[in-house]
Design a binder for this molecule. Structure first.
Ligand code: HSE
Length: 326
């Protein structure tokens, strides 16, 4: 009989950069992945949903490897695991699917063994894996985060998203690997571009903290990454330039793309116009896409221990069905 419990985790998707805050700003979004993990006699995976196709089902699986890092850090040995996962977060579209998987696996493994590692330690481990703290920080802590990574430790401050803030994403059907999108960036930037981004990032952080939605559009301007990534996303330049005229408070490439994310006033009267504009622009460029209305997610990853050893409890899939209906 195992000495460890069965853990269940719910982890939000995230958007990174918010325009100027390259590798710095992140926001959790109301799209989720769920993971269940327990000790087993033989390692087995139950991966559900379209987004799980093609994911490794052996010990090279990212969730398995991340869980083993937690056990090593905590000084325990749990070599065989049963891992279940369902995700509604599209893969390699700039909505933090890999960060959610890393954060979910860290939280699930940690909860399984009695949560010996604190959130700050999990944040450092997640950032060491992702190499930048923006997506993982948002998935761990929820809300909006501004974070700094010194190569060993991540510092952050969490900002409560303004209540009126809603998000509209347009998700192109094609995938864009982060490593490829980062490969497009120059090794050096000019002082004026650096100052451009520092000033906008500071203004955006302050605007989000103060609920100054009127400043978001002017602050969500970037010269460090979006201009170099635009050629990979047909229609992106037009969307960045014209979405504010169709009702967006501001618009940015979500993370490394190809998704574009608009910040919107929940009570605005041009929401349908904006959605039509995003869809039509993608269509004009021959890019199949979908639009999704989301909210900033105010809670980060949550983990619980499930009763086991003969006790009745809801199955993983029943739990997912309940969550998706609610
Ligand atoms: N800040 C990262 C980037 C997010 O823009 O490359 C993607 O993981």
């Amino acid at each position: 009989m195992s000495i460890y419990g069965r853990s269940r985790v719910k982890v939000p998707a995230s958007t990174a950069n918010l325009g100027p805050g390259f590798d710095t700003l992140g926001m959790a979004l109301s799209l989720y992945a769920w993971i269940e993990m327990e000790e087993a006699t033989e390692t087995v995976f139950h991966l559900y949903g379209d987004e799980m196709k093609g994911i490794a089902r052996d010990k090279s699986n990212l969730l398995y490897k991340v869980a083993q890092m937690v056990f090593a850090e905590a000084g325990v040995s749990v070599p065989e695991l049963s891992i279940s996962m369902y995700s509604e977060i599209p893969l390699t579209r700039g909505l933090g699917s890999s960060a959610s998987a890393i954060v979910g696996a860290l939280a699930a493994a940690n909860a399984m063994i009695g949560s010996p590692l604190g959130a700050a330690k999990l944040f450092d481990m997640a950032t060491a894996l992702e190499k930048h703290p923006d997506n993982v920080g948002a998935s761990i802590f929820g809300g909006i985060i501004t974070a700094v990574w010194d190569g060993e430790h991540a510092d952050y401050i969490r900002i409560e998203p303004p209540r009126e803030l809603e998000v509209l994403v347009v998700i192109p059907e094609f995938e864009l690997e982060t490593v490829k999108a980062r490969g497009l960036l120059p090794a050096e930037v000019t002082m004026s571009d650096a100052v451009h981004n520092i000033s906008r990032t500071s203004l955006l952080t302050a605007a989000l903290s103060a609920g100054r939605l009127d400043m978001i559009g002017r602050a969500m301007q970037d010269r460090l990454h979006q201009p170099y990534r635009a050629p990979m996303v047909p229609g992106m330049e037009k969307l960045l330039a014209e979405a504010p005229g169709h009702g967006a408070l501001g618009i940015a490439l979500s993370g490394a793309g190809p998704t574009l994310l608009c910040m919107v006033d929940r009570n605005g009267d041009k929401k349908q116009e904006l959605e039509n504009f995003l869809k039509e622009t993608m269509q004009e460029n021959g890019i199949p896409s979908c639009t999704v209305w989301l909210s900033p997610c105010t809670s980060g990853v949550t983990a619980e221990l499930i009763e086991r050893n003969g006790m009745q409890n809801e199955s993983f899939l029943d739990m997912i069905k309940g969550e998706l209906q609610s």
